[in-house]
Write a protein that binds this ligand. Structure first.
Ligand code: G16
Length: 544
């Protein structure tokens, strides 16, 4: 098969965001757009000749054709072997696992995560390095720099490969192996959790659960593990068939978009446990009967109950969370005598801590939790972890949370998102906040004294690299916080996120609705950034 060099010119804006390059499908469908990015990636890497690359995606619209493009380019650029999921499918955590398990040089994951799919929706591409985790900033910056100067890419002429059967194919000098996307992952899950205990719970007849795969990539994984290996009743997994447009839905497992599941879990005769995962399978939402577990609390409960879970018993080395995630996990770390870490938003920042054995569990407020078993967040893993804890404790989700708060205190927490704002007012909001920072400390807001106001910066304790401008923080004397950030994953306009938190140690005051408990801080947060004047908006588009 002939290697071809195609002449091209740079595209604007191929700058990876919080998690890879995400754009509308039509942007990716422009001739040479995907090719330019992939070649910029390959041109930024060294030493991959003859090595293995992993390729897969969440199955959204454009996945199949993008996979074929990447296979040809990987072969033309000299990879020795490509492992590709059947049908071009690999969930993000499964891709991370496959990279690690087979010693691959790296992997390309095609997904726009929780963003909607279909011809009018979004598409995305991200590169993961040999540890299985998202490329660190030095790599994404090199890709971007190269994308601005690129003048050619390499590919092969030839027909598409059949990817729907497990098989091995030759593409030029490169071997392309179509692998089962689920098998290795299911095996790893079985090694970490007490499957007999979870099976007993799910088949007892006294416990009911629902898992919403949101017509996204987790469907086949959840079917195999929950209804197959763990024998949960057929139908436990809803929206199990992955669809290119996610059935027209927004595959984001939160209280707004996992609407059907939420209605069931808060309705009459609700199941005992509900969970959902996102487009590419790395996010999770956990619900009890009439009960929402915030992702920040979920991480804390997991950490506090690690000794009940075989894969984690006695082996927690530390707990890491992203800055906007609540301090609930820090409290657990403090009580258990473990180190805790606060990183910028983005799973890539956990990689070094996990590789260095400094952290075992990691979590983010954006519905992400995971551990050192892979280098990505892992939706189904979190659900199995919870099932293991529920099986071991024999208590309801609500009882576990209430007990947790009594012991560690409750971090009331909410995130308000203002989606698709015009870019300028959104920038103005951030400038307004940072403009107050010189005079804010020592003043009083919402009846509390401000102790610190800064633009969060992080120095990686392993390699000393620094990341600045990671979110504006206003910290109060009583431990409360307001954080402002612009999302790095949206594709339309700007999304402003305001994170609000307050700690409550008194068990008699822990039963409030978070929106009520935080009402004064929410009002102060809006006033400080001149939200209404600058954006014309007051009410958020999504509250979690
Ligand atoms: C990605 C990143 C996460 C991050 C989230 C939200 O998740 O992997 O680390 O927390 O985006 O980022 P932002 O607040 O910038 O929108 P995913 O699930 O979209 O890949």
């Amino acid at each position: 098969m002939k290697r071809i060099s195609v002449t091209t010119t740079p595209f604007e804006g191929q700058k990876p965001g919080t998690s890879g390059l995400r754009k509308q499908v039509q942007v990716f469908q422009q001739p040479h757009y995907l090719e330019n990015f992939v070649q910029s990636l390959f041109d930024s890497l060294e030493g991959f000749a003859g090595q293995t690359l992993v390729v897969g995606g969440d199955g959204r619209y454009h996945n199949r054709s993008a996979v074929q493009t990447i296979l040809r380019m990987a072969a033309a650029n000299g990879f020795g072997r490509v492992l590709v999921g059947r049908g071009g499918i690999l969930s993000t955590p499964a891709a991370s696992l496959v990279i690690r398990k087979y010693g691959a040089f790296g992997g390309i994951v095609l997904s726009a995560s929780h963003n909607p799919g279909g011809p009018e929706g979004d598409f995305g591409i991200k590169y993961n390095i040999g540890n299985g985790g998202p490329a660190p900033e030095r790599v994404t910056e090199a890709i971007y720099a190269r994308s601005q100067a690129i003048d050619r890419y390499f590919t092969l002429a030839g027909a598409d490969l059949p990817l729907d059967q497990l098989a091995s194919h030759q593409l030029g000098e490169t071997e392309v192996v179509v692998i089962d996307p689920v098998a290795d992952y299911a095996e790893l899950m079985e090694s970490l959790f007490d499957f007999p205990a979870i099976r007993a719970l799910l088949t007892s007849g006294a416990f009911r659960m629902r898992f919403d795969a949101m017509h996204a990539v987790t469907g086949p994984y959840a079917k195999e593990i929950l209804e197959g290996r763990l024998q949960a009743p057929a139908g436990t997994v809803m929206n199990a068939i992955p669809l290119e447009d996610f059935g027209g839905g927004h595959p984001d497992p939160n209280l707004t978009y996992a609407e059907a599941l939420v209605a069931e879990m808060f309705g009459p005769d609700a199941p005992d446990f509900g969970a959902a995962s996102d487009g590419d399978g790395d996010r999770n939402m956990v619900l009890g009967r009439h009960f929402f577990v915030t992702p920040s609390d979920s991480l804390a409960v997991m950490a506090a109950n690690a000794d009940l879970v075989p894969g984690y018993r006695g082996r927690l080395k530390g707990i890491a969370r992203s800055m906007p995630t609540s301090g609930a996990a820090d409290k657990v770390a403090e009580v258990l005598g473990l180190p805790s870490f606060e990183t910028p938003t983005g799973w890539k920042f956990f990689g070094n801590l996990l590789d260095a054995g400094m952290a075992t569990l990691c979590g983010e407020e954006s519905f992400g939790t995971s551990s050192d078993h892979v280098r990505e967040k892992d939706g189904l893993w979190a659900v199995l972890y919870w099932l293991n804890v529920l099986a071991a404790r024999g208590e309801s989700v609500a009882t576990i949370l209430e007990g947790h708060w009594r012991r560690f205190g409750r971090h009331y927490y909410t995130r308000h998102d203002y989606e698709a704002l015009p870019a300028e007012p959104a920038k103005g909001v951030m400038e307004q906040v940072s403009g107050t920072f010189a005079s804010l400390p020592g003043t009083t807001l919402a009846g509390r004294r401000v102790t610190l106001a800064d633009d969060f910066a992080y120095t990686d304790p392993v390699d000393g690299s620094t990341s600045t401008h990671q979110g504006l923080r206003v910290l109060f004397e009583d431990g409360s916080r307001i954080v402002y950030r612009l999302s790095g994953t949206g594709t339309v306009g700007a999304t402003l996120r305001i994170y609000i938190e307050r700690y409550e140690a008194d068990p008699t005051l822990q039963g409030l609705d978070p929106q009520e408990a935080l009402a004064d801080l929410i009002a102060a947060a809006r006033a400080l950034c001149q939200l209404e004047q600058r954006t014309g908006q007051v009410e958020p588009t999504v509250i979690t």
